[in-house]
Ligand binder design. Structure first.
Ligand code: SF4
Length: 356
Protein backbone atom coordinates (compact mmCIF):
# COMPACT_ATOMS: atom_id res chain seq x y z
CA UNK A 1 0.00 0.00 0.00
CA UNK A 2 1.37 3.44 -0.89
CA UNK A 3 1.87 6.07 1.79
CA UNK A 4 -0.42 9.09 1.30
CA UNK A 5 2.13 11.58 2.64
CA UNK A 6 5.19 10.22 0.90
CA UNK A 7 3.77 9.38 -2.52
CA UNK A 8 3.08 12.98 -3.61
CA UNK A 9 6.60 13.96 -2.54
CA UNK A 10 8.13 11.15 -4.60
CA UNK A 11 5.97 12.06 -7.59
CA UNK A 12 7.09 15.70 -7.35
CA UNK A 13 10.77 14.73 -7.02
CA UNK A 14 10.43 12.65 -10.18
CA UNK A 15 8.36 15.01 -12.29
CA UNK A 16 9.49 18.51 -11.28
CA UNK A 17 11.87 20.50 -13.46
CA UNK A 18 12.78 22.68 -10.50
CA UNK A 19 13.08 20.69 -7.31
CA UNK A 20 11.86 21.81 -3.93
CA UNK A 21 14.67 21.43 -1.39
CA UNK A 22 12.06 20.74 1.32
CA UNK A 23 10.91 17.64 -0.61
CA UNK A 24 14.48 16.34 -0.79
CA UNK A 25 15.05 16.97 2.91
CA UNK A 26 11.76 15.22 3.71
CA UNK A 27 12.81 12.09 1.81
CA UNK A 28 16.30 12.10 3.33
CA UNK A 29 14.85 12.47 6.84
CA UNK A 30 12.41 9.54 6.67
CA UNK A 31 12.58 7.36 9.78
CA UNK A 32 9.62 5.00 9.33
CA UNK A 33 10.90 1.72 7.83
CA UNK A 34 7.81 1.21 5.66
CA UNK A 35 8.26 4.70 4.17
CA UNK A 36 11.98 4.11 3.61
CA UNK A 37 11.16 0.82 1.84
CA UNK A 38 8.70 2.74 -0.35
CA UNK A 39 11.35 5.35 -1.23
CA UNK A 40 13.79 2.60 -2.26
CA UNK A 41 11.12 0.75 -4.27
CA UNK A 42 10.20 3.96 -6.09
CA UNK A 43 13.87 4.69 -6.89
CA UNK A 44 14.34 1.09 -8.05
CA UNK A 45 11.41 1.46 -10.44
CA UNK A 46 12.85 4.72 -11.84
CA UNK A 47 16.19 2.95 -12.26
CA UNK A 48 14.49 0.11 -14.15
CA UNK A 49 12.54 2.54 -16.34
CA UNK A 50 15.49 4.80 -17.26
CA UNK A 51 18.63 2.61 -17.23
CA UNK A 52 17.24 -0.94 -17.30
CA UNK A 53 18.14 -4.08 -15.36
CA UNK A 54 21.77 -4.38 -16.49
CA UNK A 55 24.51 -3.71 -13.94
CA UNK A 56 27.34 -1.95 -15.79
CA UNK A 57 30.90 -2.97 -14.87
CA UNK A 58 33.89 -0.60 -14.76
CA UNK A 59 37.32 -2.22 -14.35
CA UNK A 60 39.31 -0.19 -11.84
CA UNK A 61 43.11 0.28 -11.98
CA UNK A 62 44.57 2.29 -9.08
CA UNK A 63 47.86 3.05 -10.79
CA UNK A 64 49.45 5.21 -8.07
CA UNK A 65 48.73 6.07 -4.44
CA UNK A 66 51.01 9.12 -4.47
CA UNK A 67 49.18 12.28 -3.51
CA UNK A 68 50.13 15.89 -2.72
CA UNK A 69 46.88 16.71 -0.96
CA UNK A 70 45.83 16.63 2.66
CA UNK A 71 42.11 15.76 2.45
CA UNK A 72 41.23 15.11 6.07
CA UNK A 73 39.10 11.98 5.43
CA UNK A 74 41.57 10.14 3.20
CA UNK A 75 44.25 7.61 4.13
CA UNK A 76 46.31 8.53 1.04
CA UNK A 77 46.78 12.12 2.21
CA UNK A 78 50.43 13.11 2.11
CA UNK A 79 50.79 13.48 5.88
CA UNK A 80 50.34 9.69 6.20
CA UNK A 81 54.04 8.92 6.13
CA UNK A 82 53.49 5.32 7.28
CA UNK A 83 51.96 4.36 3.95
CA UNK A 84 54.32 2.83 1.36
CA UNK A 85 53.82 4.68 -1.92
CA UNK A 86 53.77 3.10 -5.38
CA UNK A 87 53.28 3.81 -9.04
CA UNK A 88 52.65 0.98 -11.49
CA UNK A 89 54.88 0.74 -14.55
CA UNK A 90 53.48 1.20 -18.05
CA UNK A 91 53.68 -2.55 -18.58
CA UNK A 92 51.82 -3.27 -15.32
CA UNK A 93 49.08 -0.78 -16.22
CA UNK A 94 48.65 -2.21 -19.70
CA UNK A 95 48.57 -5.77 -18.27
CA UNK A 96 45.67 -4.68 -16.04
CA UNK A 97 43.84 -3.24 -19.05
CA UNK A 98 44.41 -6.48 -20.93
CA UNK A 99 42.83 -8.45 -18.07
CA UNK A 100 39.85 -6.08 -18.05
CA UNK A 101 39.43 -6.39 -21.82
CA UNK A 102 39.81 -10.19 -21.61
CA UNK A 103 37.03 -10.25 -19.02
CA UNK A 104 34.88 -8.55 -21.67
CA UNK A 105 34.43 -5.38 -19.61
CA UNK A 106 33.88 -2.29 -21.79
CA UNK A 107 35.28 0.43 -19.50
CA UNK A 108 38.51 0.96 -17.61
CA UNK A 109 38.92 3.53 -14.83
CA UNK A 110 42.48 4.83 -14.33
CA UNK A 111 42.68 6.27 -10.83
CA UNK A 112 45.43 7.81 -8.69
CA UNK A 113 46.01 10.35 -5.97
CA UNK A 114 46.42 13.95 -7.07
CA UNK A 115 49.95 14.91 -8.01
CA UNK A 116 51.21 18.23 -9.32
CA UNK A 117 54.07 16.49 -11.10
CA UNK A 118 51.97 13.81 -12.80
CA UNK A 119 53.44 13.76 -16.32
CA UNK A 120 50.49 14.73 -18.52
CA UNK A 121 52.29 13.58 -21.68
CA UNK A 122 53.03 10.21 -20.08
CA UNK A 123 49.34 9.70 -19.24
CA UNK A 124 48.33 10.81 -22.74
CA UNK A 125 50.71 8.14 -24.11
CA UNK A 126 49.11 5.46 -21.91
CA UNK A 127 45.62 6.50 -23.08
CA UNK A 128 46.71 6.39 -26.74
CA UNK A 129 48.26 2.94 -26.26
CA UNK A 130 45.06 1.65 -24.62
CA UNK A 131 42.98 3.01 -27.48
CA UNK A 132 45.22 1.39 -30.10
CA UNK A 133 45.26 -2.01 -28.42
CA UNK A 134 41.78 -2.32 -26.91
CA UNK A 135 38.22 -1.41 -27.83
CA UNK A 136 37.45 0.03 -24.41
CA UNK A 137 36.17 3.27 -22.88
CA UNK A 138 38.70 5.14 -20.72
CA UNK A 139 37.67 6.96 -17.57
CA UNK A 140 40.24 9.07 -15.73
CA UNK A 141 40.21 9.98 -12.05
CA UNK A 142 43.43 11.83 -11.23
CA UNK A 143 42.11 14.95 -9.55
CA UNK A 144 42.23 18.69 -10.21
CA UNK A 145 44.31 19.60 -13.25
CA UNK A 146 44.66 22.43 -15.75
CA UNK A 147 42.28 22.76 -18.69
CA UNK A 148 45.29 22.10 -20.93
CA UNK A 149 45.96 18.73 -19.30
CA UNK A 150 42.29 17.74 -19.53
CA UNK A 151 42.28 18.75 -23.23
CA UNK A 152 45.47 16.76 -23.90
CA UNK A 153 43.97 13.59 -22.40
CA UNK A 154 40.64 14.11 -24.19
CA UNK A 155 42.48 14.42 -27.50
CA UNK A 156 44.44 11.27 -26.66
CA UNK A 157 41.13 9.38 -26.44
CA UNK A 158 39.89 9.65 -22.84
CA UNK A 159 36.10 9.38 -22.69
CA UNK A 160 35.12 10.17 -19.12
CA UNK A 161 36.40 11.85 -15.97
CA UNK A 162 35.46 11.33 -12.32
CA UNK A 163 35.98 14.29 -9.99
CA UNK A 164 33.70 14.06 -6.98
CA UNK A 165 32.63 17.32 -5.39
CA UNK A 166 32.50 15.48 -2.02
CA UNK A 167 30.40 18.29 -0.46
CA UNK A 168 28.99 21.54 -1.85
CA UNK A 169 29.02 23.21 1.58
CA UNK A 170 31.78 25.79 1.10
CA UNK A 171 32.81 25.96 4.77
CA UNK A 172 32.81 22.20 5.21
CA UNK A 173 34.73 21.77 1.95
CA UNK A 174 37.40 24.19 3.14
CA UNK A 175 37.66 22.53 6.57
CA UNK A 176 38.18 19.14 4.94
CA UNK A 177 40.48 20.29 2.14
CA UNK A 178 42.97 22.81 3.56
CA UNK A 179 45.04 22.82 0.36
CA UNK A 180 42.39 23.14 -2.34
CA UNK A 181 39.29 25.24 -2.98
CA UNK A 182 35.72 24.53 -3.96
CA UNK A 183 36.03 27.19 -6.68
CA UNK A 184 38.87 25.37 -8.40
CA UNK A 185 37.02 22.07 -8.20
CA UNK A 186 34.00 23.71 -9.83
CA UNK A 187 36.29 25.20 -12.48
CA UNK A 188 37.71 21.73 -13.20
CA UNK A 189 34.23 20.25 -13.47
CA UNK A 190 33.15 22.99 -15.92
CA UNK A 191 36.30 22.47 -18.01
CA UNK A 192 35.67 18.73 -18.18
CA UNK A 193 32.10 19.30 -19.30
CA UNK A 194 32.95 21.86 -21.98
CA UNK A 195 35.79 19.69 -23.29
CA UNK A 196 33.23 16.96 -24.00
CA UNK A 197 34.06 14.45 -21.28
CA UNK A 198 31.31 12.31 -19.84
CA UNK A 199 31.43 14.05 -16.54
CA UNK A 200 31.32 12.39 -13.11
CA UNK A 201 30.77 13.79 -9.65
CA UNK A 202 29.74 12.43 -6.26
CA UNK A 203 29.66 12.97 -2.54
CA UNK A 204 30.61 11.56 0.83
CA UNK A 205 27.78 11.04 3.30
CA UNK A 206 28.34 11.37 7.03
CA UNK A 207 31.23 13.83 6.96
CA UNK A 208 31.65 15.35 10.43
CA UNK A 209 29.57 18.54 10.54
CA UNK A 210 27.49 17.68 7.44
CA UNK A 211 23.72 18.21 7.68
CA UNK A 212 20.67 16.94 5.80
CA UNK A 213 20.42 20.43 4.29
CA UNK A 214 23.99 20.06 2.94
CA UNK A 215 23.16 16.70 1.35
CA UNK A 216 20.01 18.17 -0.20
CA UNK A 217 22.17 20.97 -1.67
CA UNK A 218 24.55 18.34 -3.10
CA UNK A 219 21.62 16.61 -4.82
CA UNK A 220 20.36 19.91 -6.21
CA UNK A 221 23.88 20.55 -7.53
CA UNK A 222 23.90 17.13 -9.22
CA UNK A 223 20.56 17.91 -10.83
CA UNK A 224 21.61 21.38 -12.01
CA UNK A 225 24.91 20.23 -13.52
CA UNK A 226 23.39 17.18 -15.25
CA UNK A 227 26.30 14.86 -14.47
CA UNK A 228 26.64 11.66 -16.46
CA UNK A 229 27.87 9.67 -13.42
CA UNK A 230 27.50 10.26 -9.67
CA UNK A 231 29.25 8.19 -6.98
CA UNK A 232 27.80 8.41 -3.48
CA UNK A 233 29.40 6.62 -0.55
CA UNK A 234 29.73 6.77 3.23
CA UNK A 235 32.47 8.52 5.18
CA UNK A 236 34.67 5.82 6.73
CA UNK A 237 37.21 7.09 9.28
CA UNK A 238 40.84 6.21 8.60
CA UNK A 239 43.11 5.79 11.63
CA UNK A 240 45.91 7.84 10.06
CA UNK A 241 43.78 10.95 9.56
CA UNK A 242 42.57 13.86 11.68
CA UNK A 243 39.04 12.38 11.58
CA UNK A 244 40.04 8.97 12.96
CA UNK A 245 37.75 9.26 16.01
CA UNK A 246 34.63 10.30 14.09
CA UNK A 247 31.80 7.80 13.49
CA UNK A 248 31.25 6.39 9.98
CA UNK A 249 28.44 7.65 7.76
CA UNK A 250 24.98 6.20 8.32
CA UNK A 251 24.30 3.46 5.76
CA UNK A 252 20.57 4.16 5.58
CA UNK A 253 21.26 7.84 4.83
CA UNK A 254 23.69 6.86 2.05
CA UNK A 255 21.01 4.61 0.53
CA UNK A 256 18.38 7.36 0.82
CA UNK A 257 20.78 9.80 -0.91
CA UNK A 258 21.31 7.32 -3.76
CA UNK A 259 17.55 6.79 -4.04
CA UNK A 260 16.68 10.50 -4.16
CA UNK A 261 19.53 11.15 -6.62
CA UNK A 262 18.17 8.39 -8.87
CA UNK A 263 14.62 9.76 -8.73
CA UNK A 264 15.75 13.30 -9.59
CA UNK A 265 18.54 12.59 -12.12
CA UNK A 266 16.72 9.64 -13.73
CA UNK A 267 19.23 8.22 -16.25
CA UNK A 268 22.55 9.09 -14.58
CA UNK A 269 24.91 6.16 -13.99
CA UNK A 270 25.12 5.61 -10.21
CA UNK A 271 27.68 3.13 -8.84
CA UNK A 272 27.14 0.96 -5.81
CA UNK A 273 30.49 2.22 -4.53
CA UNK A 274 33.21 0.10 -2.95
CA UNK A 275 32.81 2.28 0.17
CA UNK A 276 29.16 1.23 0.60
CA UNK A 277 30.47 -2.32 0.15
CA UNK A 278 32.96 -1.84 2.99
CA UNK A 279 31.33 0.23 5.75
CA UNK A 280 31.07 -1.45 9.17
CA UNK A 281 32.60 -4.59 7.62
CA UNK A 282 29.43 -5.29 5.61
CA UNK A 283 28.66 -5.30 1.91
CA UNK A 284 25.72 -2.99 1.25
CA UNK A 285 26.26 -2.88 -2.53
CA UNK A 286 23.20 -5.11 -3.18
CA UNK A 287 21.13 -2.67 -1.07
CA UNK A 288 22.48 0.26 -3.12
CA UNK A 289 21.65 -1.61 -6.35
CA UNK A 290 18.09 -2.03 -5.07
CA UNK A 291 17.84 1.66 -4.11
CA UNK A 292 18.71 3.12 -7.52
CA UNK A 293 22.33 2.22 -8.33
CA UNK A 294 23.27 0.51 -11.62
CA UNK A 295 27.09 0.25 -11.72
CA UNK A 296 29.78 -1.87 -10.02
CA UNK A 297 33.52 -1.30 -10.15
CA UNK A 298 35.53 -4.56 -9.89
CA UNK A 299 39.12 -3.87 -8.90
CA UNK A 300 41.94 -4.99 -11.23
CA UNK A 301 44.82 -3.34 -9.36
CA UNK A 302 47.43 -6.08 -8.86
CA UNK A 303 48.74 -7.24 -5.49
CA UNK A 304 50.59 -6.18 -3.41
CA UNK A 305 49.85 -2.60 -4.52
CA UNK A 306 46.08 -2.90 -4.23
CA UNK A 307 46.33 -3.11 -0.43
CA UNK A 308 48.25 0.18 -0.44
CA UNK A 309 45.40 2.14 -2.05
CA UNK A 310 43.77 2.51 1.34
CA UNK A 311 41.58 5.63 1.21
CA UNK A 312 39.64 4.14 4.13
CA UNK A 313 40.24 0.99 6.20
CA UNK A 314 38.50 -2.33 5.56
CA UNK A 315 38.20 -1.65 1.84
CA UNK A 316 36.38 -4.54 0.20
CA UNK A 317 38.42 -6.98 -1.91
CA UNK A 318 41.72 -5.28 -1.03
CA UNK A 319 43.45 -8.63 -0.43
CA UNK A 320 42.02 -10.49 -3.42
CA UNK A 321 43.65 -11.18 -6.76
CA UNK A 322 42.68 -9.16 -9.86
CA UNK A 323 39.80 -10.69 -11.79
CA UNK A 324 38.51 -12.65 -8.80
CA UNK A 325 35.44 -10.41 -8.51
CA UNK A 326 33.61 -12.12 -11.40
CA UNK A 327 31.79 -14.95 -9.55
CA UNK A 328 30.94 -12.66 -6.61
CA UNK A 329 29.44 -10.04 -8.91
CA UNK A 330 27.52 -12.65 -10.91
CA UNK A 331 26.06 -14.03 -7.69
CA UNK A 332 25.14 -10.55 -6.45
CA UNK A 333 23.28 -9.82 -9.70
CA UNK A 334 21.55 -13.19 -9.55
CA UNK A 335 20.33 -12.78 -5.99
CA UNK A 336 18.69 -9.43 -6.75
CA UNK A 337 17.29 -10.54 -10.11
CA UNK A 338 19.49 -8.37 -12.30
CA UNK A 339 21.89 -9.03 -15.18
CA UNK A 340 25.52 -8.06 -15.81
CA UNK A 341 26.06 -5.59 -18.66
CA UNK A 342 29.61 -5.67 -20.07
CA UNK A 343 29.06 -2.92 -22.64
CA UNK A 344 30.87 0.44 -22.55
CA UNK A 345 27.86 1.90 -20.78
CA UNK A 346 28.25 5.40 -22.18
CA UNK A 347 26.32 8.34 -20.83
CA UNK A 348 22.61 8.04 -21.49
CA UNK A 349 22.24 11.81 -21.07
CA UNK A 350 24.72 12.41 -23.87
CA UNK A 351 22.98 9.88 -26.10
CA UNK A 352 19.64 11.52 -25.41
CA UNK A 353 21.01 14.95 -26.37
CA UNK A 354 22.59 13.59 -29.57
CA UNK A 355 19.26 12.03 -30.59
CA UNK A 356 17.20 15.14 -29.76
S1 SF4 B 1 40.98 12.20 -1.55
FE1 SF4 B 1 42.27 12.12 -3.38
S2 SF4 B 1 43.28 14.11 -3.43
FE2 SF4 B 1 42.50 13.87 -1.34
S3 SF4 B 1 44.20 12.98 -0.20
FE3 SF4 B 1 42.96 11.27 -0.95
S4 SF4 B 1 43.88 10.63 -2.89
FE4 SF4 B 1 44.65 12.69 -2.36
Amino acid sequence: MTDKTLQPVLNRLYAADVHDKADIEYALSLKDQAQIAELFAFADEIRRRHVGDGILLRGLVEFSNNCDNTCKYCGLNKTNTNLARYKLTDRQILNCIEQIANAGIGTVVLQSGEQADLDADWLAGIIREIKIRFDIAVTLSVGEKSREDYALWKNAGADRYLLKIETTNRQLYQNLHPQITLDNRLRCSRDLKTLGYQNGSGSIIGLPGQTISDIADDILFFAREQFDMIGIGPFIPHPATALSDCPPGNVELVLKTIAVTRIITKDTHLPATTAIGSVNGNDYRPDALMAGANVLMPNFTPQPWRQLYEIYPGKRCSTEAPGSCGPCIDMMANVIGRTIDLSRGDSLKKKRKECA
